[in-house]
Design a protein around this ligand. Structure first.
Ligand SMILES: [Zn+2]
Length: 207
């Protein structure tokens, strides 16, 4: 995935101010994601055809082949599909994450975009997934999605002994463990495992 600091026309976007200004134009944000998703031309996510028409008024594409759900948007089938957040905000959030030296926190996105920290956290996790996997395709695809709680952000040796005893069983050793629990979401080949708790259930419901 090429989400680097150009705006799709080769022009460099070097500052947050430039990114916000550029992507405030929804057509520019739409172009950015269209080129990033389909660098060789738009492809119908249902049938793979490139025979696709675009309606600028609605920013929607329509496949020329006859099948269900011929209309789609740049968000369809991607990590952004079920988010009410506009492409302008997604674009700036992408720009922030890709250009951050040591990644960015959801609090920074929350402040930069004027959105809730919860929404920022949701976006950031999906952006990281896209950057890491090199694809916009939504996690899970058509298969079941399994969520699990995991721990990130700190070394076990830096934890207070009492927490370490609680969090680590066995030898512990080099396990990278716990400041904040995070959700690990993975596509599973088989049936979804039994939910292990209330949060697990709500995560499945959200996804
Ligand atoms: Zn099609």
């Amino acid at each position: 995935m090429n989400a680097e600091n150009t705006n799709g026309t080769g022009q460099q976007i070097k500052t947050l101010m430039q990114a916000v200004t550029h992507f405030a134009d929804l057509n520019a944000a739409h172009d950015f994601f269209t080129k990033m998703r389909w660098p060789d031309g738009v492809v119908c996510p249902r049938c793979g055809s490139t025979d696709v028409r675009y309606s600028p008024t609605y920013r929607r594409f329509e496949c020329s082949h006859k099948h269900d759900r011929r209309q789609f948007t740049v968000k369809t089938g991607t990590i952004m599909e079920d988010s009410p957040m506009g492409l302008d905000k997604w674009a700036v959030a992408f720009w922030l994450e890709v250009n951050a030296k040591n990644s960015i926190s959801s609090y920074e996105i929350h402040r930069a975009l004027g959105i809730t920290q919860k929404s920022a956290w949701f976006m950031l996790h999906r952006i990281r997934f896209a950057v890491k996997s090199g694809t916009f395709t939504k996690m899970g695809g058509n298969g079941p999605i399994e969520c699990d709680e995991t721990y990130v952000g700190g070394l076990s040796k830096n934890m207070h002994l009492s927490r370490r005893r609680k969090a680590i069983t066995g030898t512990g050793g080099t396990i990278v463990i716990a400041h904040h629990p995070a959700w690990l979401i993975a596509r599973t080949a088989g049936p979804i495992a039994q939910p292990t708790g209330r949060q697990h259930g709500s995560c499945l419901a959200r996804n």
